[in-house]
Design a protein around this ligand. Structure first.
Ligand code: HEC
Ligand code: HEC
Length: 244
């Protein structure tokens, strides 16, 4: 996960915007991530690896998970790609992150009233199976609003030094794939509406329970984001992908 890659963001107009390039010069071009960003990424990764506890989880069976997934499809889509933009896509999400979030909802630590009745009676094994099924599904790519790409790209890859916002790529990776072992979720392709809503709530200090280091990390990250930055980075994330 530490190596540089060719990162692109697709916009509604269909342009591929290469990382670090001006919009005018960008289409059809890629550049390598800068060394500085990699160093920052390594530093934050190490810090967080030391800070976050590792939990041992039930091993999920994706075939069993598929059989249990009908109740989830109404909101998250048959293959984990929700059609409604305020409901998250969960296709391709790391199994450990997705299982943990589902357990948090079941245990009413992450407050999702509309989902809670569907998961309140699930066992840890059921949840592990479901998460294993969704991890195997491919997240559908999205598009970014071209107007928002310059600011979104700046925040995603470089943060905002003036206000102390760290680069998202430091933890979520240059292409938004996240880091499974550290509970840094996959972000790329996610609906911008959902991402923006999550960032607004992290910024307002919404965390899962009193002692959850994972959501506390994101509340700290989001604390100084402006409304414009949230809108732009959420749109950028929706269009983010690796060039083939
Ligand atoms: C009635 C709609 C609904 C149903 C049915 C539903 N969910 Fe959800 N789910 C949501 C909503 C809404 C959220 C996001 C909550 C938020 O914004 O914090 C969510 C969030 C999640 C997340 C966390 C996503 C993330 O990126 O953090 C996972 C994982 C998840 N659901 C799995 C499931 C599974 C597995 C099922 C079936 C057992 C299920 N959901 C059924 C509405 C639903
Ligand atoms: C220091 C590491 C770190 C950095 C930097 C970071 N994140 Fe996160 N992010 C996390 C962790 C850990 C979680 C899981 C939080 C939880 O469990 O609630 C997360 C979760 C998220 C989520 C929720 C995903 C979902 O599916 O619900 C979003 C959205 C997000 N981050 C966006 C961003 C953006 C945008 C930035 C840059 C401004 C950023 N993150 C920077 C560690 C980080």
């Amino acid at each position: 996960m530490m190596h540089a890659g060719e990162v692109r963001c697709t916009t509604q107009q269909g342009f591929d915007i290469g990382h670090g390039l001006d919009r005018e010069r960008a289409s059809g071009d890629n550049i390598r991530l800068e060394f500085e960003e990699k160093v920052e990424m390594a530093r934050l990764f190490l810090l967080l690896c030391l800070a976050l506890p590792v939990t041992v989880l039930a091993v999920g069976d994706p075939v069993a998970g598929e059989a249990k997934s009908a109740i989830c499809a109404a909101c998250h889509g048959i293959d984990g790609n929700s059609q409604v933009t305020i409901w998250p896509k969960i296709a391709g999400q790391h199994v450990d992150y997705a299982a943990r979030q589902t357990r948090l909802v079941r245990d009413q630590i992450r407050n999702v009233p509309e989902m809670y009745p569907m998961v309140m009676n699930l066992s840890d094994q059921d949840i592990a199976d479901l998460a294993a099924f969704y991890e195997q599904q491919a997240i559908t790519p999205g598009v970014a609003d071209e107007e928002l790409v310059p600011l979104g790209r700046k925040i995603y890859h470089g943060g905002n030094h003036q206000t102390g916002v760290p680069a998202c790529a430091a933890c979520h990776g240059p292409a938004g794939n996240g880091i499974p072992g550290a509970h840094y979720p996959l972000l790329r392709g996610q609906h911008a509406d959902y991402t923006a809503d999550r960032l607004n709530r992290y910024r307002a200090g919404e965390v899962n329970g009193d002692n959850d280091p994972h959501s506390q990390v994101m509340a700290a990250v989001a604390a100084n984001l402006s409304d414009e930055e949230i809108q732009a980075v959420s749109s950028y994330i929706e269009g983010l992908h690796f060039a083939r």
